[in-house]
Design a protein around this ligand. Sequence first.
Ligand code: ATP
Length: 605
Amino acid sequence: MSGDTKFSVLVSLFNWMQKSKSSAQKRSKFRKFLDTFCKPSDYFSAIRLILPSLDRERGTYGLKESVLATCLVDALGMSRDSEDAVRLFNWRRGGPKSGANAGNFALVAAEVLQRRQGMASGGQTIKELNDLLDRLASSENRSEKTSVLSTLIKKTNAQEMKWIIMIILKDLKLGISEKSIFHEFHPDAEDLFNVTCDLKLVCEKLRDRGQRHKRQDIEVGKAVRPQLAMRIGNAAAAWKKLHGKEVVVECKFDGDRIQVHKNGSEIHFFSRNFLDHTEYGPGMSDIIINNIVVDRCILDGEMLVWDKSANRFAEFGSNQEIAKAARDGLDSDRQLCYISFDILYAGDTSVIHQTLKERHELLRKVVKPLKGRLEILVPDEGLNSHRPPGEPCWSLLAHNMEDVERFFKETIENRDEGIILKDLSSKWEPGDRSGKWLKLKPEYIHASADLDVLIIGGYYGSGRRGGEVAQFLVGLAECPPANTYPRRFISFCRVGTGLSDEELEAVVTKLKPYFRKYEFPKKSPPSFYQVTNHSKERPDVWIESPEKSIILSITSDIRTISSEVFAAPYSLRFPRIDRVRWDKAWHDCLDVQSFVELVRSSNGT
Ligand code: ATP
């Protein structure tokens, strides 16, 4: 009978897979599960639980660890200040007895659940579990979610509940790739998923696992796995890799990768993980309908925000805000702008098998560009050849390595993210990252002066670094009166990468005696520090006082971003610790004013 595969069987598979060391063993366990224990009619019900991040049938749960912790505490009827509740809220840090699980929410939750749930399986089927998960996703508020969780807790044991929590968090940590799961299921599963992004369809169409499936092409209305770019170190290496090919170099825009699907007046905006971003509809749908001359098509490109008064793209991160403003009919200087750099479908046919050069021609025919709203990225013959002086060139045919280098330099000077090189003779291939597109980005550069910042707080790591401070909140000094030491420090950015394990350990050991925990519920930071109210900026520990702390030299991508989260007016993009300044005293910290001057001079404003 359909729908009667028990969840406990899937849980045994998860436990086995997790225990198996080699990927061959994991794969064979999964194959055995499909061959022996799972009915074909249950394939989708089971596989959506194994690959939860690919499942689009169910909406999002709206449950990240912190909200999930609150809901679980309530569902279990625990007091919010009980020892176990605090352990759940502070899952990164772990309690005195749970050091080993710190940093893994599901394990900390399993510990708590074990003390409250029985050992016997509740006997749920995977169908019943999916129905409850549907209810969890569709419940509108926290109390409804809590009530679904409490039903789940009643129907399962602690083991099962641990896996359900991992499914909700969409990461099972099984150590097996999505590719292997697809491969064991059916030889055509990955290809079919790449062109439909529809897990249900894949599981249902390929239910007969012995029967090969006819290769399917892309369709308007079904998201396609995007083609991706391979990272390359420098212009010379990129040129060598594309040796002998006709090459176009394009600006790498820093927005949202969006596929626009037009079917008459029906428009979809699919993101990289195939969610339909309907919020772009009010600002963009009419523009797409009126300026694309074919009835059906799929465009590939980037959604950005165009700033009309500055006559340039706004910085990354404002898309959602502008989408909302467009929906509410608010007039603003900024508007959504879609840049299409490829076309995948036109009229009644897929065109991904055509060359990029042919697809560029088609883009020219199909899209009527509208300045600052809908643009196409097709090459100019020479730098700025068709553009008024001073307007940046976004796409260029490169004839030699010098062209690439020059374009890269100009792009970086214009503060764009980098460039993409593309083989003009290549097809567009779903999910491919094999090097038909190459991306070249600036390396981290040293800012024109050292950015010497003071550690003011620490964040516990997760996984391998669970239970130990692994990242720092750093601050800039508030300008002190002449000849005095700074008295206040303004939070500036969070930084974790750059140090070796030994260096990190040395810093953490030195600072450990001065860590002061940021307890739940909220407690103010020490008075030396200025922070905003943003919760992301609350470190797990504060440094008791600045004199006890250490200076770090930070490097960063050349661009800064204005700061909504941290108290300083700018924060860094991709910050990285260059070295620990054991040689500097705490008061040698860069001050805010000098930093702002530094940003202004490097931005040329
Ligand atoms: P990154 O973090 O460097 O943006 P990524 O992992 O998000 O990389 P990649 O495939 O490595 O994605 O880089 C390609 C991404 O760059 C695309 O997904 C797209 O969002 C963006 N992009 C910006 N401009 C272009 C362009 N002209 N052509 C192709 N992709 C572009």
